[in-house]
Design a protein around this ligand. Structure first.
Ligand SMILES: [Zn+2]
Length: 134
């Protein structure tokens, strides 16, 4: 699996992470997904409902609104983004929630070293997804 992101999407996510640090920033990724590739077309930054440095939650109505918006624009809800004031690897809590989100991609930014990494659950195994910046 490859996740394609535009440079301005990454800049937006980094800015948001910096702004709310050390609270985890979060966003939803809309775009086009096929079996081997997901292309981000839109980044919807949302507040972290929990204002936590260890976990995040996006308001359910905002998730529903993003899904409706995606459907209207013939896009897919392809992933969730959040930042960590820690390394860019899924936490125990993330792993639990990944199971609820099926094949959704998880994009994590470390606000310590600016490292960006993406993951996807594949038959209950977490796999790292390569990120292509364009
Ligand atoms: Zn996390």
């Amino acid at each position: 699996m490859i996740l394609r992101l535009k440079r301005h999407h990454i800049e937006l996510l980094k800015q948001e992470a910096k702004k709310v640090h050390p609270v985890e920033a979060c966003a939803m990724l809309l775009g086009k997904a096929s079996k081997n590739e997901a292309v981000v077309r839109k980044v919807k930054v949302t507040p972290n409902k929990l204002k936590s440095t260890e976990r995040f939650e996006i308001d359910a109505e905002m998730v529903a609104a993003a899904i409706t918006e995606a459907e209207k624009e013939c896009l897919d809800f392809i992933g969730l983004f959040h930042s960590h004031p820690a390394p860019a690897v899924p936490s125990t809590i993330d792993l639990k929630y990944m199971k609820l989100w099926g094949d959704t991609l998880w994009l994590i930014l470390s606000s310590i070293d600016d490292k960006l990494a993406a993951y996807q659950l594949n038959n209950s195994t977490v796999e790292e997804v390569s990120i292509k910046m364009e």
